[in-house]
Design a protein around this ligand. Structure first.
Ligand SMILES: *[C@@H]1O[C@H](CO)[C@@H](O)[C@H](O)[C@H]1NC(C)=O
Ligand SMILES: *[C@@H]1O[C@H](CO)[C@@H](O)[C@H](O)[C@H]1NC(C)=O
Ligand SMILES: *[C@@H]1O[C@H](CO)[C@@H](O)[C@H](O)[C@H]1NC(C)=O
Length: 512
């Protein structure tokens, strides 16, 4: 005798795809369409400057810390000197967006392309490129959502004063943002100051896994030669918060009254659930959430760092002055989240005295990812409910601020196989999970698939990719099955009952 859920799964298999039912997630059974979302909700996709533009040494651009890092061989020999050549192919790419039916597009501006010396003179060719790109989007009715900082700090400022470790970076960032608002703000109405502010601080200064590759023994990568994992991530994070808040103040005072746009910041987050139901694991989970999300969101919403951070990191965590608190609190119109998968958290309080990552808990060790394990190690485990969990938590703990899902996507080995069925399943699951959260009151305003096309990936180079389009050696773009699915969805087809799913279904039944 089948239980109701098994029965639904059984029926579902006939309709849909093998695999999703084991997630025990009811929404996979429910169909939905674009019309179930508010009409002012936006669906888009995204890329970032360093990852897609190429033309790394053209028209006056100077290196960012990512160019330096990649050229030093830190990315398995790969770099983004050419990548998708988006710098030259932007018209063709906007055409693909139009055909797909994207309502919005998320991209970042390369600081060192626009202002090659980090401060001062604006590069007219850089200015022209972003004007052209933004005009191309707007003239086709696609909303531009711009990110000011997607990890690619100008190398020249890193060399001059140590980048985000110095308070000087705040003024230079605000001056750069000022140029962007002045030049592009009549067309760009959605501004994100920092992409993954928390992961930039953790990866670059605690783990040393990404530029500027700073950490200290015994933390982070092997052979870290410079940095201090105990204090630098907090200092960088603090300066980033101040830079964000000072930029938002500038925008609100000078630009918003005439441009009427919105400004926010973006954080990366897993969703976290306790490994067991023990009080220790549940406390460790809350601690992890506070260190990952609260680190930035508590100052922004409540005006100070979470108590658990102040207690555990003590004087290593910089303190806000009174005027800084006033500046930071409430300095956003929306929060962006990048979310890919979820983790189970085991308590590890024995390490509470160490660096951030070890401080909070045992994160991401073997057996702590959630969801159906894929046989393909390139793929993320799929746990769509994690997104709903995240959004519900933000609603309840932070007073339901406006949210954009800025990145969400399935990683797969980068190859020319266009039948990316797992990516279609992933999209279907996560968009459905987001819809569930919204039906329960989450103030989510938009969803951007990462990534529009296969780009140079910051963590994986060209080994794995997330794109809706495959890009071959000749830089020709080919739509994958996921591009067809997303396009169908955007054009009003039902998520389940559309030809793509039947196509998927036929493929999976043929192979099973
Ligand atoms: C670390 O340094 C040691 C000694 O200099 C060297 O043998 C080893 O290859 C280095 N490891 C990495 C990951 O760079
Ligand atoms: C990191 O900074 C702290 C506080 O200044 C200091 O006590 C510690 O020795 C430093 N660690 C390293 C590896 O420099
Ligand atoms: C829906 O929202 C209510 C009120 O915030 C909350 O108590 C409940 O747990 C939420 N349900 C789910 C499934 O998240």
């Amino acid at each position: 005798m089948l239980t109701q859920n098994q029965l639904k799964c059984h029926l579902h298999l006939l309709l849909l795809v093998v695999g999703v039912c084991t997630n025990n997630w009811d929404l996979t059974l429910a169909d939905y369409s674009r019309l179930d979302f508010p009409s002012d909700f936006v669906f888009g996709a995204g890329t970032s400057a360093y990852q897609v533009e190429g033309a790394a040494f053209e028209d006056g651009r100077t290196p960012s810390i990512w160019d330096t890092y990649a050229h030093a061989g830190n990315s398995g020999g790969a770099n983004a000197d050419i990548t998708c050549d988006g710098y030259h192919k932007y018209k063709e790419d906007v055409q693909l967006m139009v055909e797909m039916g994207l309502e919005a597009f998320r991209f970042s501006i390369s600081w060192s392309r626009l202002i090659p010396n980090g401060r001062g003179q604006v590069n007219p060719m850089g200015l022209q490129y972003y004007n052209n790109f933004i005009n191309e989007l707007v003239s086709h009715g696609i909303q531009p959502h711009a990110v000011l900082f997607h990890s690619d700090h100008p190398q020249i400022l890193e060399d001059e004063y140590g980048g985000w470790l110095s308070r000087k970076s705040v003024d230079d960032f605000v001056a750069y943002a000022d140029v962007c608002f002045r030049e592009f703000g009549n067309r760009v109405l959605h501004w994100t100051t920092f992409n993954e502010a928390n992961i930039f601080s953790l990866g670059g200064y605690d783990q040393g896994l990404s530029p500027p590759k700073r950490c200290s023994f015994p933390f982070g990568i092997k052979n870290c030669t410079r940095g201090n994992s105990s204090i630098e991530p907090y200092i960088a994070g603090h300066n980033i918060l101040l830079a964000h808040a000072s930029t938002a103040r500038l925008y609100n005072k000078i630009y918003k009254p005439k441009q009427n746009g919105l400004i926010g910041i973006n954080l990366y987050t897993f969703w976290f659930v306790p490994y067991t139901n023990s009080i220790e694991d549940r406390l460790a989970t809350q601690r992890t959430i506070d260190f990952y999300i609260g680190w930035f969101l508590n100052p922004l919403v409540f005006g100070d760092y979470p108590e658990v951070m102040k207690k555990n990191a003590r004087t290593r965590l910089p303190a806000f002055t009174k005027p800084e608190l006033v500046l930071v609190k409430g300095s956003f119109d929306f929060i962006g989240f990048n979310h890919y998968y979820s983790l189970k958290i085991k308590d590890k309080s024995s390490s509470l005295e160490t660096n951030i990552r070890d401080l909070i808990a045992d994160i991401g060790s073997d057996g702590t990812t959630i969801g159906e394990e894929n046989t393909d190690p390139n793929q993320y485990p799929v746990f769509p409910w994690g997104l709903q969990g995240l959004l519900e938590y933000i609603k309840q703990a932070y007073g339901n601020p406006p949210i954009y899902i800025h990145e969400n996507g399935q990683r797969m080995k980068r190859d020319n196989d266009l039948n990316d069925t797992p990516r279609v399943e992933y999209l279907h699951g996560f968009i459905g999970s987001m819809l569930d959260a919204m039906r329960n009151g989450s103030n989510t305003r938009g969803y951007f698939y990462w990534s529009f096309m296969d780009v140079y990936e910051l963590l994986y180079g060209y080994d794995s990719a997330f794109g809706l389009y495959y890009v071959d050696e000749d830089l020709i773009r080919y739509p994958k099955l996921s591009a067809h699915w997303y396009s169908g969805f955007l054009k009003g087809r039902n998520a389940v009952d559309n030809e793509i799913f039947h196509q998927v279904d036929e493929k999976s039944s043929a192979s099973s």
